[in-house]
Ligand binder design. Sequence first.
Ligand code: 5AD
Ligand code: SF4
Length: 443
Amino acid sequence: MTDKTFYIETFGCQMNAHDSEKVIGTLVHSGYTQVETPESAGLVVYNTCSIRDKAEQKVFHRLDQFKRATGKGKVFAVIGCVAQQEGERIFEKAPHVSLVAGSASYTRLPEMLVQLEAGARRVTGLSLDTEETFDTPFTRRDNPHRAYITIIEGCDKSCAYCVVPFTRGPERSRTSESVMREATELARAGYTDVQLLGQNVNSYHDPSPAGWDFATLLDRVGRIPGIRRVRFTTSHPRDFVKEIIDAIDENPALCNHVHLPVQSGSSRVLGRMQRLYTRDEYMRRIEWMKGARRNIAITTDIIVGFPGETEEDFQATLDLLDQVEYDSLFSFKYSPRPNTAALAMEDKISEEEKTRRIMIVNEKQRAIQIRRNSGLIGTIEEVMVEGRNEALGQWIGRTSQNRTLNFTRPETDGEPLTGKYVPVRVTRAGPNSLVGECVMSVV
Ligand code: 5AD
Ligand code: SF4
């Protein structure tokens, strides 16, 4: 391959987005230049997600489009979760692909690229058997103010619906020293907002002799000079301990937002899902949050239509939504995934019924959000400015609770505010965002 240009397209969660940042950094370090279209690239990288739906079909469809649109002579690489799941089958279905690699093999990417440059027709990185996490000093970050830091990769749980343990392999935590070093370097480089990432951040266990748990790591990252906001995602209720809430209470740099996926409000369904907690155990964690000194926003994920979910189970989920009053949620229709335990379960729920249930969930949640957001009118929130919406003449801000709060600041409309922290009074509320006006000087 003489043409050392690449194009990358990314699907999926923040872990995948951050993997792409690392892959880009690694490629650039290996002498490649990123270009904006597949047509102009020598190497086309496709970072895939397989969490739901007919992800595999979509990938093959897109690969086919790439081939048609871009013609011959290019190298195609499929990475990420569909790559791990489908493995060498990708070569059969899309013979123009020459590299297939899952996330546990990205440390070997430079080596795989050298093999391709040397004329190898096909290379794979599909082993899940790695102790290593994909730490790279070359990460190319998309945003100049907010940065992701991976603290743990993979997942050792076995939720009956979930493909992640098969696509991302077993849990591997990074050493606390390496996380702290990365966070400190980011702070020095001017990043003020960091997000700790992992499939299950709160099962973090420092493999070094320091032996920090997640709450300790979270607190220490929040104490690095220059770091003003620390978020983390995603948490598993089973491993969610009170110390995390205590850390948030003690340390103002830790955002007052917790995403705690519940999936279902029915203990019977939770059992079938192999979630390892009951509704009551989950609610105890919610009570810790509601009892905290800080006003912690709580968000969640819900799956409707898991095999065997009865009307009564579904009503239990609706009742949970009323009980918790989440600040926001992601709702999904159950979708059967390869290799998972739920695939063989009886009592599948029809597509129509799943649609009916998800619409009811979303409608209920919308009303809850309107109510909760309206309660914020008149309050002053500190936002980090993410950008500007010229059409509306508004700045786009985000609160510590992870709400979008768009605002005006008439006297300084020419001044760049992006990346700054400003106090904003909330004047209007919708279901998904707030509007306000800046009330004081810019910090
Ligand atoms: N079907 C539907 N939703 C799923 N999720 C994970 N696997 C599936 C599946 N097979 C949802 C869960 C999880 C979120 C990231 O995606 O709610 O928390
Ligand atoms: Fe999708 Fe899960 Fe892979 Fe993220 S880890 S890209 S959500 S399948």
